[in-house]
Design a protein around this ligand. Structure first.
Ligand code: ACO
Length: 332
């Protein structure tokens, strides 16, 4: 459908905790090795939140940087969308409200969006609609997750994978043909048990009896998720590229969700992309869930790789099972 307006990224920023946890650090706690983690996942180290650091703390830093990069005042923001699976509080208030107050976004409304590791893609697609329709002028999208707090630190098959981080974008109207071009989204709910935290929701609320139970942590069918992701990432990205009226050859940069280097490599082969077109920083941050794509995007912007006109495809996948891919033309 033709767009009334185009929604571009006018600013972006990111934040990660200071604490670095290397593979060697994990090898002191569980039966693993730097070699196993590196070769099976591509991860070398990840950032881990201090116990008293909440999602909103990382979100606040990333958002401040994004506002600065967009040269936007907090009072100009119309809407705050926060993509997270790890809000400060399990039921309410939403992180968006905490951010609104802390940033001083006086006139903003806002809400949280739960789409696991697909959070960036769903958030970007959602936020773009408000700009493309002409309804709002400036939307702040913040993707933040602190999944290191939700892993069983004795489960080597999960605990080594996740790191914490936040990425934020300001979206506003941009030149015709720039910014958000196309998105696709998908769900395969039959795979819900493959990546799940069973305890603490309405199905099994926390009680005095079940607190401390294994079910409070991430439970993952690693092989099942791997098989799903290794196919969906390439296919979904190609669909979004086609929806934008482009071909794989047109893409200057591919920014995949950073969950496993072998999944990223498979997508790169599927899309027939040269390695220098694929933005990868999994080695430094591990899987930061919804934050991984904006963290990588911010890094590529800051080191000068993204140029005005660069065509970018992104693809995320995660619990649900869910996926999403977006195509945008860099306009900054
Ligand atoms: N160190 C050493 N050995 C390990 C570790 C570890 N950290 N973890 C598992 N192993 C062992 C297993 O126990 C198994 O041993 P066994 O053969 O004696 O039983 C062996 O290594 C092989 O295990 P596999 O599970 O077959 O290993 P695989 O190659 O599949 O890699 C991994 C596991 C890395 C988890 C992979 O399956 C994967 O990345 N899956 C996708 C996960 C993912 O992306 N999740 C996030 C989704 S995003 C979101 O929404 C949160």
């Amino acid at each position: 459908m033709a767009k009334l307006f185009y929604a571009g990224i006018s600013g972006l920023g990111s934040a990660v905790p200071d604490k670095i946890m290397t593979n060697a650090d994990w090898a002191k706690l569980v039966d693993t090795s730097d070699e196993w983690i590196r070769t099976r996942t591509g991860i070398e180290e990840r950032r881990i939140c201090a116990e008293d650091t909440a999602a909103s703390d990382l979100a606040f830093l990333a958002a401040q940087r994004a506002l600065q990069s967009a040269q936007a005042a907090p009072e100009e923001i119309d809407l705050i969308v926060v993509a997270t699976s790890t809000p400060d509080y399990p039921i309410f208030p939403p992180v968006a409200a905490l951010l609104q107050d802390r940033l001083g976004c006086g006139k903003a409304g806002g809400f949280d969006l739960s789409a696991a590791c697909s959070g960036f893609g769903y958030g970007f697609y959602t936020a773009a609609q408000f700009i493309e329709s002409g309804e709002l002028q400036k939307v702040l999208l913040v993707c933040v997750d602190t999944l290191s707090k939700n892993v069983d630190r004795t489960d080597r098959s999960v605990c080594v994978l996740f790191g914490d981080g936040a990425g934020a974008l300001v979206l506003e109207r941009t030149e015709v043909g720039y910014g958000h071009l196309a998105s696709i989204v998908g769900l395969r709910g039959s795979g819900a048990p493959d990546l799940i935290v069973k305890l603490g929701g309405s199905k099994t609320p926390l009680t005095k009896e079940n607190i401390g139970n294994q079910d409070q942590y991430i439970s993952m069918n690693g092989k099942g998720v791997f098989k799903f992701a290794v196919n969906i990432m390439g296919e979904a990205t190609e669909q979004a590229i086609r929806k934008a009226g482009l071909t794989n050859k047109d893409i200057d940069f591919f920014v995949p969700h950073q969950a496993n280097i072998r999944i990223i490599d498979a997508a790169m082969r599927h899309l027939d992309l040269a390695p220098e077109k694929v933005i990868v920083n999994i080695q430094k941050y591990g899987n930061t869930s919804s934050a991984s794509i904006p963290l990588a995007l911010d890094e590529a912007y800051r080191d000068g790789r993204l140029k005005k006109g660069s065509l970018i495809a992104t693809c995320g996948f995660g619990a649900g099972l869910s996926w999403t891919a977006n195509v945008l033309r860099w306009g900054k």
